[in-house]
Design a protein around this ligand. Structure first.
Ligand code: HEM
Length: 117
């Protein structure tokens, strides 16, 4: 299997795990929400770090945009902590998290378009 295929699979699994996490938040199951969100962050970290290690830098615009999306996803995870600490409102955390999932979905679609199709 090519490194970019491993990278794409890990990142796509991360998106699925985020979607499962959002579903658990809707069901008010906080334990499962955290389980899926932390798994997603772990999968995305592996997917991005593996590619950075393989390429040894960030030469492509796909990679630069990907790093931005990764940082935004970390920001969204932090916003959950801020919401629990009552520093953010539920709606604010929701908006930040939905934006992160949309950015990740777009980045995956761009990746598929650029390197697979
Ligand atoms: C199905 C989805 C994806 C595919 C097919 C894909 C494919 C690739 C390929 C082929 C490279 C190597 C580019 C090169 O040789 O210069 C790469 C690099 C990279 N990708 Fe992805 N990617 C996908 C999703 C993502 C996502 C979701 C992120 C981040 C959120 C991401 C972040 C990166 C980074 C940081 C690099 C390394 C730096 C660089 O090449 O500039 N990718 N990806």
């Amino acid at each position: 299997m090519e490194p970019f295929q491993v990278h794409a699979i890990l990142n796509s699994l991360a998106l699925l795990s985020f979607l499962a996490g959002a579903y658990q938040a809707k069901k008010h199951d906080l334990k499962r929400h955290h389980l899926f969100v932390y798994s997603a962050v772990g999968l995305l970290t592996l997917g991005v770090a593996y590619m950075l290690y393989t390429i040894g830098g960030v030469p492509s615009s796909h990679g630069k945009l990907g790093l931005f999306v990764y940082l935004y996803v970390l920001f969204a995870a932090t916003s959950g902590k801020l919401f629990l600490g009552r520093k953010l409102k539920r709606e604010q955390h929701r908006l930040i998290a939905i934006t992160a999932v949309l950015l990740l979905a777009l980045q995956i679609l761009f990746g598929l378009y650029l390197y697979v199709l």
